[in-house]
Design a protein around this ligand. Structure first.
Ligand SMILES: Cc1ncc(COP(=O)(O)O)c(C=O)c1O
Length: 406
């Protein structure tokens, strides 16, 4: 439609809409600053497109439609398709070793949606919300729309620093401003890579209890573990009903199915449901994904682990060969990302230009911090999307750009 008159839309927009700048509407390969799509895409947390189980999804659709057609093609339950909620229970039993009930689960449009709902449920404008610094940029954007005061707590190799967290909680309590939620990514933290240790998990739960706040636990990558032993989720350790846990099929099936979930105490779930008037999250896709995953979950995750493990190791190797110990590179036990502290003296702006000329995409560090003036000495690389050859060539080119960006 042609616009006849020019309108200053900013004057029409809500404060929520103004809180975030519009992002380019591009697919998997966002443009670099030269205007060209990167050939080496280490930016977003996109799953490996070669890993998608096309045959399996076709078969699942063929099996599902005759059995469920009418229910699949109409509005669904606000809590989501029961079969998928049962699958979440099956997955929790298999990977976490504890039982939950479908009554604890709400299906959402990816876990981003569950995270936004949790924030909407708990946070009023101006409320203090604690996030890890750095943390997942998508959630920062999601949360900002609800107008909280985002307060960062730093990380060390055991995850969120609970000593610093307690100081902040205490300080806010003194000001008469209770913290509404603590957002944490427990496994292979995005972007920093570490996994929260058991003693930190316990300390975090104790602090939430002591300062009467809720925890939102984001576990988008938990099944994709390449080294070490799993540690029980905060949700599985929690005795007091303070944890809303979010998960997703994006990384273990395909981000295009847009299916995630919140696991929450039974008393809280109806309150979350009040905020979700959408005719049920995709009754059709939920059924296809469930028919596939309930038969193939474990075997498919094993295939994915082998793919991503190899990619992680290749990118780590190219970084080590090219940069030696001039840069600090994370070594996550799982997930999709490496977090790099650039060599002393690297100009982050020049690096963006030089990498862009070489058509290498990555995400600069400041995107992951609650305050925009932090994180320039870091970049995040995703090893998940690019093919092995692209990882090899693209990482070498990126390292060349890093060395030249002084
Ligand atoms: C840590 C983390 N949480 C949540 C998400 C959201 O994923 P989705 O909305 O596709 O479930 C992502 C995606 O990259 C992520 O990295």
């Amino acid at each position: 439609m042609e616009t006849v008159k020019s309108i200053n839309y900013n004057a029409q927009l809500s404060t929520r809409a103004l809180a975030e700048q519009p992002r380019p509407r591009l697919g998997g390969r966002r443009r670099t600053s030269t205007g060209l799509a990167p050939l080496y895409s280490f930016g977003g947390g996109f799953p490996d497109p070669e890993s998608f189980p096309f045959e399996g999804m076709l078969q699942a659709t063929a099996d599902m439609l005759p059995k469920e057609g009418k229910d699949a093609l109409t509005y669904g339950d606000v809590y989501g398709y029961l079969g998928l909620r049962e699958l979440v229970c099956q997955k929790t039993r298999h990977y976490e070793g504890y039982e939950i009930s479908p009554d604890n689960v709400m299906i959402t449009n990816g876990s981003s949606h569950a995270l936004a709902l949790a924030c909407e449920l708990l946070v009023d404008p101006g409320d203090p919300v604690i996030v890890e610094a750095p943390t997942f940029s998508g959630t920062l954007g999601n949360f900002r729309r609800y107008g909280p005061q985002l307060i960062g707590v730093s990380l060390d190799n055991e995850g969120i620093r609970t000593d610093e967290l307690e100081e902040k909680l205490k300080d806010l309590q003194k000001q008469g401003r209770p913290t509404k939620l603590i957002y944490t990514i427990v496994n292979f933290q995005n972007p920093a890579g570490m996994t929260q240790s058991l003693r930190r998990r316990t300390a975090l739960l104790d602090l939430a209890e002591k300062y009467d706040t809720m925890i939102v636990e984001d576990d988008a990558y938990g099944e994709l573990r390449y080294d070490g032993e799993p540690i029980r989720a905060l949700h599985g350790l929690d005795q007091s009903g303070r944890v809303i846990h979010t998960g997703t099929l994006s990384k273990i099936l395909g981000a295009g199915v847009r299916l995630g979930w919140a696991i929450a105490p039974k008393e809280l779930l109806p309150k979350l449901a009040v905020l979700k008037t959408d005719g049920g999250t995709s009754p059709y896709t939920s059924r296809v994904a469930t028919y596939y995953m309930r038969e193939h979950l474990v075997e498919h995750v094993e295939v994915l682990k082998a793919i991503y493990h190899q990619k992680r190791d290749l990118m780590l190797e190219r970084l080590r060969v090219n940069l030696g110990d001039t840069a600090q590179v994370s070594r996550p036990d799982g997930g999709f990302f490496l977090w790099i502290k650039l060599p002393e003296g690297t100009d982050p702006f020049k690096l963006v230009e030089l990498a862009s000329e070489r058509r290498v995409g990555f995400v600069p560090g400041p995107s992951f911090f609650p305050s925009a003036d932090e994180g320039y000495e870091y970049i995040r690389l995703a090893f998940s999307f690019a093919a092995l050859d692209e990882i090899r060539q693209g990482t070498d080119l990126l390292c060349e750009a890093i060395k030249a960006a002084r």
